[in-house]
Each structure stands twice: as structure tokens, then as C-alpha cells.
Design a protein around this ligand. Structure first.
Ligand SMILES: Cc1cc2nc3c(=O)[nH]c(=O)nc-3n(C[C@H](O)[C@H](O)[C@H](O)COP(=O)(O)OP(=O)(O)OC[C@H]3O[C@@H](n4cnc5c(N)ncnc54)[C@H](O)[C@@H]3O)c2cc1C
Length: 387
């Protein structure tokens, strides 16, 4: 595929930004289960599984084995935008959720500092364009600075729209695969290409997890499989679906954006712009649709006419796992004393992974749910089957 003479890669840019060693690490120990009797087994090698495994290992709870059916980050994680922006959610989400997000961004910053080589966290301000201060909310939160149209025009030269904007400072972003490889680097036992297929249980305990590479007998097991786990012998009936999204990255742009300008674009390394994050409800096809990419590109060029000759270097799509209320489940598997799950992180799984990891690790370590866990219960949906 080519846009204005530029050959476009169909696939996320994130992999191309990794070193050869980091790329190889996404497929580490293929088909290998190093520890068939771990204290804690984590199923799923997206950002949630890796963050949970890292938190459990850091907490010194015992040995940790992680298994991933494909390569690390091959699900939603590898296709995400990677924005870590809790504060704009003040306008749309309940306080408990924004609190989880804030705590998680703080944890991201800590992990970025504490991990040898860092996790590649980039500090970033965020501006949401709106016609007037009331365009986003009647009452602005105290950490929001309102910029009038003149200020926006000075900050974003060439913007075709005469709009003001809400500025929120001190947000962040990551390359999700770069952050994931950094966290996974500290894990001792990771097997990629190992799919969990079923469980055997006795009473309220899962005794064995059957996998494509043999049986694992864990002390405790955490399912972080994007949506709820679908395994023989495990009856988890939490309602969920998935929402497809398309993204594109341009070639280096002649326009400098000072920060994320929503809904226009986020500046990346070497002047590229990341745009999109569509919500393609009802589209179940894994294929990138040219018409959606053209719409994103058209919107970018309409906002910034100087970009009319700009090409697209990368285009891709992926699926956000979602529960009916759009918030995650972080809970024990209903009916089991030694099994946990987290699922349905929808639009904010990259952001919320470290705080979720801490919550699950503390729960396993102490045997008691953390105070905030009731908000993310697996049994808050009417259709739940509690066995
Ligand atoms: C277009 C788009 C933009 C987004 N932008 C952002 C953003 O800016 N910020 C943000 O915070 N979030 C964002 N998200 C959301 C984020 O990508 C997800 O919430 C997050 O990646 C979910 O992570 P996960 O680990 O739960 O799932 P996944 O990344 O899907 O990982 C689950 C893993 O489990 C594995 N697995 C499944 N079943 C088994 C099994 N039986 N055995 C072994 N392994 C198994 C899968 O192979 C997969 O690798 C975006 C999502 C999309 C689609």
C-alpha cells in the first residue's frame, strides 16, 4: 500500500522502534515451561499479564511462571496508542476509575526509574480542543488550564480550526512493546508459544492448568487473557465484547506539535504524528480498512493543511476487550480460592497495568482484597454465572 508515494507498513510502529534484542525477547523461550509447579502462574503475555507477573515477583510471593499463546504483546497491547493520560478522564469517568489511573501513572513513573535501562516513558502534556471552556465541562477541574484560541494558534501554528483548548500538564506515553519488554526482562520464567487450553479443579481450587506444552500445577493462577479466559473446565460467564480501532503514523511532519492535541494527533520520535484510535463498533474483521485510514488521514489534513502531502509510514488496527460498563474486572475467579482474573481493560489497559499488577499481587500475598477491588468485581454484571 502507498500513500502519496510512501510505502506504508501494515502493522504497528512499535515493533520497528525496538532493538533486535528487544524484538527477539518478545518470542523468548518458545514452547518452554521452565517451572511446571510455580507458586503463581500468569496466563497471558500482554501488558496486564507481564505487569502482574512483575508485581508478584517483586513482592517476593514465590516463583512465577508466565505463559503466552503467541508472542509477548501480540494482542491489544502491541496495537495500542500507548497514552498514559488519566486527567482527561475526569470529564468522562467516575472518580474511582480516575484514581486507579492516577495511581497507575505514578507507578509507571516509579517502574521507569527503577527498571535497569528504563521503560521508555515519555513525559507529555495534553491539549483537548473545544469551542469554549464549557465545551468539555461546565466546571473545569483545578488542574486544567484553559487556553483561548489565540494561545492555541500560537502553540499549534497552521491549525485550520479557530478553537480554544484545555491544557493538562504532566501526562505521559510509552511505546507499549518497549515498556512490556522492559518489564518482562526482569521475569525469570516466561514461555511464549504456550497456550492454556483447560483446567482441572478440586473443590474451590484449580489444581492443574493444561497447556499446549504440558500440564502446570500452580499454587495460584492469574488469567490476564484480554477478555475473560475461555478454557475447558472453567465456567466464567462475564459479559464482554471487543471494539476495533484503527491507527496510523505519518512520515516525519513539517509541523511541530508541542504535545498531544486531541483529537488531532500525538507527536512521536523524529517528528512523526500518531493519529486515530477509531471506535469501529460492529467491525469484527482483523483487516485494516483503507477507507478508515483515509478518514483518519483526511481529518489530520483538514486540521493541519500543511500536512496535505504527508505520507503514512504505518497503519494498523487492533481490538479493545470491553465489559458492558467499559471498566475492567480485577477479581478472584468466581468460585475459586486460588485463581484471579483481570479482563476488559478496554481503552486504558496500558495505563492501568501497573496499578492492576500491584492490586493482584497484594491480594495473592495477603489473601485479602485491596479496598478498591470491589469496584472491579467480576459479579457486578447481571448475567454472571456464579457456579
Ligand atoms: C486502537 C487502540 C488504542 C488504544 N490506546 C490505548 C492507550 O492510548 N492507552 C491505554 O492505556 N490503552 C490503550 N488501548 C487499550 C489497551 O491496548 C488494552 O486495554 C490492553 O492492551 C489490554 O491488555 P491485556 O494484557 O489485557 O490484553 P492483550 O494485550 O490482548 O493480552 C492478552 C494476551 O493473552 C494471550 N492469551 C489469550 N488466551 C490465552 C491462553 N489461553 N493461553 C495463553 N495466552 C493467552 C493473548 O495471546 C494475548 O497476548 C488501546 C487499544 C486499542 C485497540
Amino acid at each position: 500500500m502507498s500513500h502519496d508515494g510512501v510505502v506504508t507498513v501494515t502493522g504497528a510502529i512499535w515493533r520497528d522502534q525496538l532493538s533486535p534484542e528487544q524484538r527477539a525477547a518478545l518470542g523468548r523461550d518458545a514452547g518452554v515451561i521452565a517451572d511446571p509447579r510455580p507458586d503463581v502462574l500468569v496466563v497471558g503475555g500482554g501488558i496486564l499479564g507481564v505487569a502482574i507477573a512483575a508485581a508478584v515477583q517483586d513482592a517476593g510471593i514465590g516463583s512465577v511462571q508466565l505463559i503466552e499463546a503467541g508472542r509477548l504483546g501480540s494482542g491489544a497491547t502491541g496495537g495500542a496508542t500507548g497514552l498514559l493520560i488519566p486527567e482527561p478522564h475526569q470529564w468522562s469517568d467516575p472518580e474511582t476509575f480516575v484514581d486507579l489511573e492516577r495511581a497507575s501513572l505514578q507507578r509507571w513513573r516509579y517502574l521507569d526509574q527503577a527498571t535497569p535501562g528504563g521503560l521508555g516513558l515519555v513525559e507529555l502534556d495534553w491539549i483537548g480542543l473545544a469551542p469554549d471552556p464549557g465545551g468539555l465541562a461546565r466546571r473545569q477541574p483545578p488542574n486544567v488550564e484553559w487556553l483561548d484560541a489565540d494561545k492555541i494558534a500560537r502553540l499549534v501554528p497552521g491549525l485550520a480550526w479557530r478553537l480554544g483548548g484545555a491544557l493538562i500538564r504532566h501526562q505521559a506515553r510509552v511505546n507499549p512493546l518497549r515498556a512490556l519488554t522492559g518489564l518482562a526482562d526482569g521475569l525469570t520464567q516466561v514461555g511464549t508459544g504456550v497456550a492454556a487450553t483447560g483446567v482441572r479443579s478440586r473443590g474451590d481450587r484449580i489444581e492443574a492448568v493444561l497447556t499446549s506444552a504440558g500440564t502446570i500445577n500452580p499454587g495460584a493462577v492469574v488469567f490476564a487473557t484480554g477478555g475473560p479466559p475461555v478454557l475447558d473446565g472453567l465456567d466464567v460467564a462475564i459479559p464482554w465484547d471487543r471494539v476495533k480501532g484503527h491507527l496510523l503514523v505519518t512520515t516525519p511532519a513539517p509541523v511541530h506539535l508541542p504535545c498531544t492535541i486531541a483529537p488531532v494527533a500525538t507527536p512521536l520520535e523524529d517528528g512523526r504524528l500518531l493519529a486515530g484510535g477509531t471506535f469501529d463498533y460492529g467491525d469484527e474483521s482483523p483487516v485494516v480498512r483503507e477507507e478508515v485510514i483515509d478518514t483518519i488521514l483526511g481529518g489530520l489534513r483538514a486540521a493541519l493543511p500543511a500536512l496535505r502531502r504527508l505520507g503514512v509510514s504505518h497503519q494498523w488496527c487492533c481490538f479493545r476487550p470491553r465489559h458492558p460498563d467499559g471498566r475492567p474486572v480485577i477479581d478472584q475467579v468466581p468460585g475459586y480460592a486460588n485463581a484471579w482474573l483481570t479482563s476488559g481493560h478496554f481503552r486504558t489497559g496500558i495505563l492501568n497495568a501497573p496499578a492492576t499488577g500491584l492490586a493482584v499481587a497484594r491480594w495473592i500475598g495477603t489473601g485479602r482484597p485491596p479496598p478498591e477491588a470491589s469496584a472491579w468485581s467480576a459479579v457486578r454484571f447481571p448475567e454472571i454465572d456464579t457456579r
